[in-house]
Design a protein around this ligand. Sequence first.
Ligand SMILES: [Zn+2]
Length: 357
Amino acid sequence: MAKMKAAIFVEPGRIVLDDKAIPDIGPLDALVRITTTTICGTDVHILKGEYPVAKGLTVGHEPVGIIEKLGSAVTGFEEGQRVIAGAITPSGYSNACLCGCASQDGAGTKHGFKAIGGWKFGNTIDGAQAEYIRVPDAMANLAPVPDGLSDEQVLMCPDIMSTGFSGAESGKVKIGDTVVVFAQGPIGLCATAGAKLSGATDIIVVDGILGRLAVARKMGADRCINFRDVDPVAEIMRLTDGRGVDVAIEALGTQQTFESALRVLRPGGTLSSLGVYSTDLRIPLDAFAAGLADTTIRTTLCPGGKERMRRLMSVIAAGRIDLTPLVTHRFKLDDIEAAYELFANQRDGVLKVAITP
Ligand SMILES: [Zn+2]
């Protein structure tokens, strides 16, 4: 059986590079040879044991590569094509998919809905931090990369860009809106870019790392708040003359950022939550107007599927946004354990790493 290298979750605290069989594919699948991938903050949750996955699973959910082999029933694609697949790989045929809720894909379940069910790579099936990956339901998920776009230009599409942009989309950001984005990690930075593209005219961002606030300016932030210097809630209310914001995007997943996002909303505003939470959340009564302020709280899992990927790549091909400044470090797959060490500890100003064979 032919072998490949893959980053494997062994136990909490340990993701190691090891040999694994090159995946077999079924009639509806594709085998993709990975040319570039990356590490996500969610992979760090997995590494730390905060998000449970099966021991022995290959991690990673951000593939850029070349079609090595197509399943016997797959039409419309060619071996040798450059493609990406989303971090979320919906079946395309479940009830969830058919009512526009593809990330909660429950193909094969009684009712066709499963919370987080669309997230398969590096969660319920082997992922992208390897030499090869099996892409399920290839006809719903392979997205050809437009000529002229490099791997690094499209590396954020599978997850970070899709998730970040969805923060603005789910928040229904409108032309002329005031938007705040809490946390400017890679997803928060993309939420900032998404808010800008959606027409927000006053984008306030909050983080505690100066380098990230500097990148936020490039992504479209108008005003930056360093939470180490000021209380962000008081500062946002001051900057908006006591009005509050139309949309508050939460891009971290903590009680504090969630609660702050709620506190700075104008009445009738939307809290658009992207964070991955690992404890219960509490809604403080005083920030909630007794439940009568017409507040919308909306959560979103990264949208996937080939049409989403096509749209995101078209944004990049059209020059509307350049996300390559997010790639701050480059590693070979052989050195992925060092990449995890750097990324998990947020050393050396790291935003995203590019991993190549
Ligand atoms: Zn991710």
